[in-house]
Design a protein around this ligand. Structure first.
Ligand SMILES: Cc1cc2nc3c(=O)[nH]c(=O)nc-3n(C[C@H](O)[C@H](O)[C@H](O)COP(=O)(O)OP(=O)(O)OC[C@H]3O[C@@H](n4cnc5c(N)ncnc54)[C@H](O)[C@@H]3O)c2cc1C
Length: 454
């Protein structure tokens, strides 16, 4: 039973309502504490399915839930919309853009963002995937590329619009590339008259020697083979050295593309830097084994923001189960500390890894099971449905997936936002940047002559 707020209860402030923060709050439901959960967004986002929003299979509301609604039954917890700008551990104060809060215990769980390896200017031409806005922007660029190509009379420029580049062959890159190939070969095939969507190129670029490096070599080989069969051009040992509006330079070659997606680097939320404690190279807080920070016993850092270690000293991966476990563990530690007991060390339990490649295809490593193909895809499906927040989301996502599977369709193929900047680009350098009128792409030029035959 959730307890009411008592002014004598200790005040726990949680920054971030992602996997770590939300689970910590829920695990404190019966504790004698007053919780304030702060997030700069009003929703908890199920990031593992974000690529499905980016590739038009799901709608944002299918995978995001208002934090306030998730916690509405929990009387000892209030939810506040606000952005934390810095933390003063000496004064025990959290500074917001518009105010401040003091705390007895603090849990910082603000996650991570993209890293462009010292080239933040690449972000404008190669959006990464982290938020609902990112996913909608990628969806817009991907769908618009087909629309512009349909009206593009110049064959060279048409190829450029129909070339999709994904940078980084980790799970997100592989999932994105697989979905883009599926859209080209399976979903859009009959929808255009002047282009053949099946001619679209999907390239997956990886600087390292292999894709999905966290997986067993046999599963990596199976994933690479599957991607190739789907028509994805997988290029390993191909580091990207520049990105601009015309495409990317990688492995010494310039690849012309109007739709580049960044799935390569990760950097911790900049809030870590305000704690005044040691950080690792990715900007994550080097936490103690009980997830507190040096010099501040009542401050915990969890999830993607923390450089956490396994028992064998190896790093805990930046995945949802690690954040969830750390959130729940921290809640138990706070209860221990209130009882006057010392906090216990965190022990990560590896529940396995899953990545989907496309229809009927995934790779799964769960305990001793290492499998690729249909069985892995079924495991992926069940695990993701089971871990989605809320019954409503589960029903909606299942229904959308059934529709996608049976009809070879994608139910969220909407181009939202302004088409102006891409219109300017479609018209060529002579007008690019001078006009964002919102006219239809290619309107000033003639249409391609010959409708394609199906
Ligand atoms: C595209 C993608 C796919 C992924 N796929 C998988 C997968 O298949 N399986 C898996 O296990 N993991 C996956 N992950 C990783 C997983 O999502 C993360 O490990 C997990 O979300 C980390 O949880 P967290 O609580 O640390 O951070 P997050 O879930 O990122 O939550 C951080 C929260 O903090 C808030 N916040 C940030 N800064 C501030 C601030 N200054 N003030 C207030 N609030 C702030 C944010 O709005 C957000 O709600 C994926 C991640 C991405 C991006």
């Amino acid at each position: 039973m959730a307890m009411g707020i008592d002014s004598k209860d200790r005040r726990v402030v949680i920054v971030g309502g992602g996997f770590g923060g939300l689970n910590a709050a829920q695990a404190l439901a019966s504790a004698p504490v007053r919780i304030t959960l702060l997030d700069r967004r009003n929703h908890h986002l199920f990031q593992p399915l974000l690529y499905q929003v980016a590739t038009a299979a799901l709608n944002p509301s299918d995978i995001a839930a208002p934090i306030r609604r998730v916690l509405r039954q929990q009387a000892n917890c209030e939810v506040m919309l606000g952005e934390v700008t810095s933390i003063d551990t000496a004064a025990k104060v959290v500074h917001l853009r518009d105010g401040q809060l003091d705390y007895d215990f603090l849990i910082v769980a603000t996650g991570a963002t993209h890293s462009y390896f010292g080239h933040p200017e690449w972000a404008a031409c190669a959006p990464g995937l982290k938020t609902v806005e990112d996913a909608l922007e990628i969806r817009r660029r991907m769908l618009l590329a087909y629309e512009v190509a349909e009206r593009e009379p110049d064959p060279v420029r048409r190829v450029q619009w129909l070339t999709f580049v994904v940078v980084g062959a980790g799970p997100t890159g592989v999932e994105m590339a697989g979905a883009l190939a599926e859209i080209a070969r399976d979903v859009l095939t009959r929808d255009f008259r002047h282009i053949d969507p099946r001619s679209a190129r999907v390239l997956l670029l990886e600087a390292g020697p292999d894709l999905l490096t966290a997986y067993d070599p046999r599963l990596r080989a199976a994933a690479a083979e599957r991607l190739r069969r789907m028509g994805v051009e997988l290029r390993l040992r191909t580091a990207v050295t520049s990105v601009d509006a015309e495409g990317v330079t990688a492995g010494g070659e310039h690849i012309q593309s109007r739709c580049v997606i960044w799935a390569a680097g990760v950097a911790a939320s900049p809030l870590a830097g305000t704690l005044g404690v040691p950080l690792d190279r990715a900007g994550r807080v080097i936490v103690k084994d009980d997830l507190t920070v040096p010099g501040a016993q009542q401050v915990f850092v969890i999830g993607d923001l923390a450089a956490m270690k396994k028992k064998d000293g190896k790093p805990v991966p930046g995945v949802a189960p690690a954040a969830i476990q750390a959130g729940r563990h921290t809640a138990r530690n706070i209860e221990r500390m209130i009882r006057g007991e010392p906090p216990a060390p965190f022990r990560y339990v590896d529940k396995g890894s899953l990545a989907t490649i496309g229809r009927n295809a995934a790779v799964a490593e769960v305990g001793p099971i290492k499998t690729a193909g249909f069985i892995a895809w079924l495991i992926w499906l069940v695990v993701h449905i089971a871990t989605l927040i809320g019954f409503r989301s589960r029903v909606l996502v299942l229904a959308q997936w059934a529709w996608t599977y049976l009809r070879h369709e994608r139910g969220a193929r909407l181009i939202t936002g302004e088409i102006g900047p891409l219109v300017a680009a479609a018209r060529g350098p002579e007008t690019a940047g001078s006009d964002a009128s919102g006219e239809v792409p290619g309107a000033s030029r003639s249409l391609p002559e010959t409708p394609r035959t199906a």
